[in-house]
Design a binder for this molecule. Structure first.
Ligand code: ADP
Ligand code: MG
Length: 729
């Protein structure tokens, strides 16, 4: 890099970075300052209203209209004091990200002036003109309209000058058009089913909460360089770019010192997150250059998910203030690690028990094993569905593509837990009866308490790993709405817990003591779901073959993976738990296929434009310079010598010709194939056509562009290269 070819935004931000700490302000001073949290509810609401709202928040009791009016009045008072001028229903349509339409608080006062207005009606329900949100045909524009309705379990907050009210988004016919409504239903289902199973051990449990702790990975690139990459701008990833000579091979970025400019960004991001009540805790460099991670302390799943969406929005905003752009795409750069969003998930009771963690007594440990085995069963039964829940056009680059782990869901348990399960599986009925004691009261599984010792037994290659007191669903993509994975997982676990309870109760009815009945079903389940348990290297070729033999879902084509939502067992699971109906599942799949097609279509167009308008002309220009040189050599030297001296240049000239012709022909061919595919009416078939035909062409074209990047004069090359994009100085 003799000279910088692109403008890099720097010094001002580097200077800022040196002085980011204000010792007079501590996180505990400003945490949650922009949130209408319990403390503010208590302050701004009359006592009776506060009590009823708490009941609605904690137990889902519907809010009466008068109460809603009183809540709205208190909320408005607080928001106006905070300087807010607008309010919005904030919801999660079936796109990535969130939607909002801002309305000012003002209304005519009837005397020629204005008054700040915000009623309970406006708080509780709105009808956003949302006909252009994806709905998979559930709600066409002529039919019933959709409305958004307040979710009191997630508190309102202020961003900028706007009071944001978290809402669900549903059609008048009742079907959900968003991520939040089915998530709330799935959380309710798992709550109920888990409470029932808890009662075998702890009759006092009233509520089980699903927890989510997400770890958000992301890339930062300099804004100036980003602006010079139309592919990043329009698709979120680089569609071309030769590997940098140095990337992550030295493993020097992971947990390395964070560049000052990046620290300044992180600090601002953390402060803004904390003000919004998001308990951010961990920040570090990730494996790839320019890749970082942010993680909060885990929270109740619905709130945690709202917070993740907020953090992604904050990241985008704050990155710009620091001269960066944040890349949330799962695979912005070929050849280096992609970004995920590990979903740490567990269940906990209102009495403070973490159900995925081992306990101190044998009975506690039987409860622990019960929940672990039920999770494994759920993951086993629905492994194809769980894969579908994290699949997308973008995450496909991380999962199932050439350089990524295979698209197979399995679960890592670690040595100790594996031993316990193996031991139980091998036990005879008599062993189990003696395990559960003569009176059916005592229980002795000697290995279990040792689980306390070691939860550092980690396997980074497992998509669904047990990590001591939780499962870590690692296959989730960095750009995804966690709700997709959380809906599938919580609903599947709910279904499994219901089945489990039925089976155990049936044995108890036949006169079997409770503990041995539980043990017997657990043993049956451990054997049944053995195929899902895999502690080996999940990235290896052998595993692909082994997984296929075990009957796990090994499909790699994303449009076909989506079929898992519509299998008989998935529909039964979602309907029986009350999470989604067949109509909703079908509509959502339409949206998924359509989104898939559109994403690939955009990539194909951008790549075609870049190839023909940027790359080929520049390559040809350089080629002409070489041709010119060859002619001039002939003037300077006798022809024998000139030929000899020009031999290498002639090779390059030919190489460029071959590649530019290939690129032009492929782009033309790709356009023709798209025309045919676009005529396909069925969304699934169309997505399959894009997957089977267009995706491989993107790679073929890229291959030749990346080769050209190596020969064409650096000063002519029109796009910032990986080595420029990937190393923030
Ligand atoms: P890792 O070693 O996987 O990077 P971290 O310490 O960064 O682990 O934690 C990852 C996330 O898991 C954090 O958000 C943390 O709060 C969360 N977490 C910890 N325990 C639980 C739990 N029992 N349930 C859900 N999430 C949890
Ligand atoms: Mg982790």
């Amino acid at each position: 890099m003799s000279k910088l070819r692109f403008r890099v935004v720097e010094t001002a931000f580097q200077k800022k970075a040196l002085n980011v700490i204000d010792p007079s302000e501590r996180p505990s001073d400003y945490f949650g300052m922009y949130v209408f949290n319990k403390a503010k509810m208590f302050k701004y609401l009359p006592d009776k209203v506060y009590q009823q709202l708490m009941d609605a928040m904690e137990n889902g009791t519907p809010l009466k209209r008068e109460i809603a009016d009183a809540v709205a009045a208190g909320m408005k008072k607080w928001a106006l004091e905070m300087g807010a001028t607008h309010y919005t229903h904030w919801f999660h349509p079936l796109t990535e990200g969130t939607a909002e339409k801002h309305d000012a608080f003002v209304e005519h006062d009837g005397k020629g002036g204005m008054v700040e207005e915000f009623s309970g009606k406006l708080l509780i329900q709105q009808e956003p003109d949302a006909s252009s949100f994806p709905n998979g045909g559930i709600r066409n524009t002529f039919e019933a309209r959709g409305y958004s309705a307040w979710d009191p379990s997630s508190p309102a907050f202020i961003v900028g000058d706007t009071l944001c009210i978290p809402t669900i988004f549903i059609a008048y016919t009742g079907e959900s058009l968003d991520y939040k409504a089915p998530l709330l239903k799935a959380l309710q289902a798992v709550n109920k089913a888990a409470v029932d199973v808890c009662h075998y051990f702890n009759p006092e449990v009233k509520k089980v909460v699903a927890f989510l702790g997400w770890e958000q990975e992301y890339f930062l690139v300099d804004e100036g360089l980003y602006g010079a990459r139309p592919d990043l701008l329009l698709t979120g990833r680089t569609l071309m770019g030769h590997e940098s000579s140095k990337n992550q091979q030295l493993e020097d970025h992971y947990f390395g010192a964070i560049p000052t400019r990046v620290t300044a960004f992180m600090k601002d991001l953390e402060i803004e997150s904390l003000k919004l009540g998001i308990p951010v805790k961990t920040r570090h460099n990730e494996v790839a250059p320019n890749q970082f991670e942010l993680a909060p302390i885990y929270e109740e799943c619905n709130l945690a998910n709202d917070h993740n969406l907020l953090v992604m929005a904050l990241m985008r905003k704050i990155a710009r203030q620091h001269g960066f752009r944040v890349l949330l795409h799962e695979k912005p750069f070929k050849g280096i690690n992609g970004s995920g969003k590990h979903n740490n998930w567990s269940l906990g009771t209102d009495t403070g028990i973490l159900l995925m963690g081992p306990g101190k007594t044998s009975e506690e440990n039987l409860r622990f094993v019960t929940f672990i085995v039920n999770v494994l069963m759920a993951v086993y039964r629905h492994n194809g569905l769980l894969k579908a829940s994290i699949s997308s056009a973008t995450n496909a680059h991380r999962l199932g593509a050439n350089e990524a782990p295979p698209a197979i869901i399995s679960s890592f348990l670690g040595k100790q837990l594996s031993q316990v399960l193996d031991h139980l599986a091998e036990s005879t009925k008599d062993d189990l009866i003696s395990l559960s004691g003569k009176q059916g009261m005592k229980l002795d599984i000697p290995q279990i308490p040792e689980l306390l010792i070691d939860n550092t037994d980690r396997n980074r290659t497992s998509p669904f790993a047990f990590t001591g007191n939780r499962f870590e669903f690692r296959a989730v993509g960095s750009e995804a709405n966690c709700a997709s994975a959380m809906i599938a997982l919580n609903a599947a676990v709910a279904e499994q817990l219901i089945i489990f309870k039925k089976e155990v109760d049936a044995l108890i009815e036949k006169g079997e003591p409770k503990l041995s009945a539980i043990l017997e079903i657990i043993r049956k389940d451990i054997i049944e779901c053995k195929a899902i348990h895999f502690d080996g290297n999940g990235y290896s070729e052998e595993w692909k073959a082994e997984a296929l033999k075990r009957g796990l879902d090994c499909e790699t084509s994303v449009p076909i993976i989506f079929d898992s939502y519509l299998t008989e067992s998935s529909i039964k699971m979602f309907e029986s738990t009350g999470v989604m109906t067949k109509v909703e599942l079908e509509a959502r799949n339409e949206v998924k296929w359509e989104t898939y097609t559109k994403k690939i279509q955009i990539e194909a167009r951008v790549l075609g434009d870049l190839a023909l308008n940027h790359i080929n002309p520049v390559a040809t220009k350089f080629q002409s310079e070489l041709i010119d040189n060859v002619y001039k050599m002939k003037e300077l030297f006798p022809s024998d010598k000139a030929n000899k001296l020009s031999a290498k240049n002639l090779e390059i000239i030919e190489d460029i010709a071959t590649r530019t012709i290939f690129i032009k022909e492929k782009v033309d061919e790709m356009i023709e194939i798209r025309k045919v595919a676009n005529k396909i009416v069925d969304e699934r078939e169309k997505a399959i056509a894009y997957h089977d035909k267009i995706v491989p062409m993107l790679e073929e074209i890229r291959y030749h562009i990346d080769k050209l990047e190596l020969v064409v004069d650096d000063q002519l090359w029109p796009l910032p290269k990986y080595r420029e994009l990937l190393f923030i100085r």
